[in-house]
Design a protein around this ligand. Sequence first.
Ligand SMILES: [Cu+2]
Length: 54
Amino acid sequence: MTIASSSGSVVGATPTFRGGSKALTLKLKPGTYRFYCSVPGHRTAGMEGTLTVK
Ligand SMILES: [Cu+2]
């Protein structure tokens, strides 16, 4: 999973993994971020979402 700022710059990512779960700790400023799967084709297939930090 990759986290990017609203301007698209990557602010953090886990290694690529299959199944299960991974933890990722980041200190983020308030704002809106996008999270998505960086495996080719997955983001366009819908593996993405919005993360709001308040
Ligand atoms: Cu994926």
